[in-house]
Design a protein around this ligand. Sequence first.
Ligand SMILES: [Zn+2]
Length: 160
Amino acid sequence: MLKSFKSLSDLRHAFPNEDACVNHFRALRWPEADKIGCSWCGSIAKHYTLKNNTHKCRDCLKKFSVRHGTIFEDSKISLTRWFEAIFLMTSHKKGISSCQLARDIGVTQKSAWFMLHRIRNAAMTKEFNAPLTGTVEMDEAYVGANPRWQHANKRKPLYS
Ligand SMILES: [Zn+2]
């Protein structure tokens, strides 16, 4: 659970920008880049890729991004902030308040509350386990042997 990052600055060094986070999350969610699954209808590898990291399904014609169908959907908060929030939540064993989180990652308290709420709720629901596992264990993927992930922050974004 992000244990390999000793501090927030370690995490920020590993994921210096939004593209690094998006690419990393994409690799976790869709390990095979050509087998992107529609998060609306489940069709695999039947999509167009649009701008801004979004896809359109050829079966149901709905649009989705890597965030859709995960706790990160429907929020304007960047994945960078989400990664930081998950890191902080998992590194504060006694919990972290929304005020503290807001100060630490530079979001409003309302956003921080929303994030904590989603992360906590998600951790309790079964459907969420898949994406959360991927996200929370991102350190393991990151420090693993797979060079594709290790260098995610140095690669050019796949879709931009
Ligand atoms: Zn679809």
